[in-house]
Design a protein around this ligand. Structure first.
Ligand code: 4GX
Length: 225
């Protein structure tokens, strides 16, 4: 998969996507990542990318010309063009799966108060939010989407990790887990986990996951029912 990113903060993308699993996916050619500076698509003397909203109001908007030009250059027929903003649909694991199976992606990261509406109307196939809080710009949301999508691409995770993805516990929170020592500062590992009784261990874990999910994330239980 190829992912292009259009941003005013290309420098923010150095680091998080250069480590670990994403690094290996890029080195293996499973993810082709390209970061583009929006300012390179502004052609006036001051490389203007923003302007005041018609009708007044606070802040600045990303103006259409540089973004239209960039999309026309970077997006192919099958490229999914996605805006990142708090007004988007809320990103989740099922959207990550959907994107991992789509064609190439072009992520456009907002800045200022937002986008000129014509960018939404004419260019965007989708608009995503990573959650109901306000960030300073869309670079972190773009990296969150890239990370969640890349680990789902075929060949990126080892067989062990991929099968975990599909296990029965999906849709529920993790059951409590312990490693050695069996007793640490007086805190004991639950007896059942030391018993060697695999059926009983499986039952205990399923029950713990259910109770924990009910207490912390009842919204997840309603979803799977
Ligand atoms: N999930 N931000 C975008 C500027 C902006 C504002 C309005 C378009 C419309 C965010 C989030 C997020 C901060 C990125 C404001 N762009 N993006 N930026 N939460 O908070 O995606």
């Amino acid at each position: 998969m190829k992912i292009d990113v259009l941003t005013l903060f290309a420098g923010m993308f150095a680091g998080p996507l250069d480590e670990s699993i994403i690094r290996r996916a890029r080195d293996a050619g499973l993810l082709k990542l390209a970061i583009h500076n929006l300012r390179d698509y502004a052609h006036d003397r001051h490389k203007t990318v923003d302007d005041k909203p018609f009708g007044g109001g606070p802040g600045m908007l990303l103006k259409p010309e540089p973004i239209f030009e960039a999309v026309e250059k970077l997006a192919g027929e099958k490229t999914r063009v996605i805006l990142l903003s708090p007004s988007g649909r809320k990103f989740n694991q099922s959207i990550a799966r959907e994107l991992a199976e789509a064609g190439d992606l072009l992520l456009i990261t907002g800045h200022y108060e937002g986008f000129d509406e014509r960018i939404r109307q004419e260019l965007a196939d989708d608009e995503l939010s990573i959650g109901d809080y306000v960030l300073t710009n869309g670079a972190l949301p773009a990296m969150v989407v890239i990370d969640a999508v890349t680990r789902l691409l075929p060949g990126v995770l080892g067989d062990d990790q991929s099968s975990q993805e599909e296990s029965f516990s999906e849709g529920l929170l993790e059951y409590p887990q312990y490693t050695r020592p069996a007793e640490f500062r007086g805190m004991k590992v639950p007896e059942v986990l030391l018993s060697g009784n695999h059926a009983e261990i499986a039952r205990w874990r399923a029950e713990q996951a259910r109770v924990r999910t009910q207490e912390r994330r009842p919204d997840l239980i309603r979803k799977t029912e």
